[in-house]
Design a protein around this ligand. Sequence first.
Ligand code: SF4
Ligand code: SF4
Length: 199
Amino acid sequence: MTPVTVKGVNPADVKDVARAQTDENRPWWVRTYIPAILGGMGVTMRHLIANLRNRRNTATIEYPEVKREYSPRFRGRHYLKKRPSGDPRCVACYMCATACPADCIFIVAGEHPDPAIEKYPVEFVIDGLRCIYCGYCVDACPEDAIAMTRDYEMAGYHREDFIWDKDYLLNWRDRVEREDGYQPYEGEIDKERMSRGRL
Ligand code: SF4
Ligand code: SF4
């Protein structure tokens, strides 16, 4: 008895089609893949010529000479802000690590020698390959101590190149000039503290 299928297709017919498509049943000239390769090259050439004739509307850009203009809200590689003394502004409160959906911020807190500052990060690490660049850490920080830049040019040969430790996060932006990314509360915390007479 022929089994009934949803679309009324006989499974035996499907098997025949599959069998007909196996390599052994194809002509020798198809099995050389030369017609398929020529077909693919034809598609490539067609797009190449169309793009050369209409360069203004091509989907690709000539990176790195031409850079893509991202949204003003774009946020890329992080950095840690410093106090005037050069110490991190971070007070190791773990708010950023708690808010991070990718679980890629690792902090070790230590007691700060200044009694006015409770804690400081003995270590502060971001795993740049796990990060999804959502910016929640920036939004969660009560000290305006972590920010993101507009830097998206991140490349490395080793996974370790993307393990950004405290020293790197505090200093990389001094070496490579990069614009800040979107910071919803930038300066607000300082303003509020100044209004209370304590920065
Ligand atoms: S940008 Fe998002 S994923 Fe990346 S460290 Fe911050 S909170 Fe975590
Ligand atoms: S939320 Fe801000 S102050 Fe708190 S640990 Fe993160 S960077 Fe430091």
